[in-house]
Write a protein of this length. Sequence first.
Length: 401
Amino acid sequence: MKIFIHLLLLFTFLQSREPSPIPLPKTEILSRSSYECSELCLKRYLEKGDIFSFLSYSKDILDDPELEEKRRFFQTLLNISRSIDGAFVKIALIIPDKKIHTYSLSVAKSTFAYLLAREIPFQIENYYIDDEKNATIRESVKKVENDGFSFVIAPFTEDGAKILADLKTDLYFYIPTINSKKIESSNQHLLFGGIDYESQIDELINYLDGNDSISIFYDDSPKGEELENLVVSSLEKIGNRVAIKRSERVKKDDSNFNRFFSKRNFRNRYFLNTPRLKSALILSQMTVNDETPSVVLSTQINYSPTILSMTQFVDRRNLLIANSISSRINRDVLNTNSILQNDIKYDWINYSTTVGIDYLFSLITGQKRLFQELLIKNQIIYNVRIMKPQEARFVEVKKKN
């Protein structure tokens, strides 16, 4: 289903002590689907947190009291109206929802929250596609062009991004999921926002002393293997002064890592290229085996409150994590995302989407950007900060050169 979201009229004088004579902004959500949605269908949208689809199908008063209460609540929250005028900012999203799964909703929320916070009329339309085949992408791009859009958010995988790179179109595409290092493209309208894991790993390697050895854990996913290769490459760049003691491939169903750890060993060093749950298990089992590594390194994939909640402080006391999400996020953008239960403080794809829509918004309107990340050679450049988990939060540590 495709959804139109229109924000009409500007939020004004919100901090003023005097009431403003200008009406509050109005939002309209229109369904572009010809299908009806039953009460069961509406409840499923609510369960998934897809409030925009819920509202697009529930414009009239609902018979179910609980659903009607939800309808009125979200209409009041978003100040929804049935009137509509021309949109000022028009953004299309092409979303391969079967490929990116949970991010299909959060990327849309990130875009909506940013534009809502900027208090300028806007229109968003979502184009959902089942796959990233050449014909599918070309067809969706043609629809976007025919519908009069010029700017597109496309959270594609590497396969889809390569197809976009070969398309001839005047549309501006922002891909929040992929770094430009992975795609060869001369298309100046193709912009990338993916995290630079190579830069993160290069920064982390600085925390290893000369003549050290390190053990690497990586999971058996494409991302895990990519990160393992980047660690090996980064070590080669420093002349192999740090040797790889071992490299362990962690399978999806692995949960016992005791065999890897030595009793009372205080000098081992580790690099974790594993998802949060696996990383938490590995860290906790180090503690169980009385192993106190001098340092444990990891990238953006483990920058999450989950690491804090799933481990004891003793498990993570020597853990260092590279992070490219800024600590200086605009308050209005942060609060609007919070209302929509959308995380841009720790979820890097949501953050990348927000930075990208910030760039496009400035390009369209000429207004000053809210985020500091620069676009250089069609890639958003993120500052890499090294974070150390404390009892209940992460703190930045001084970089080591």
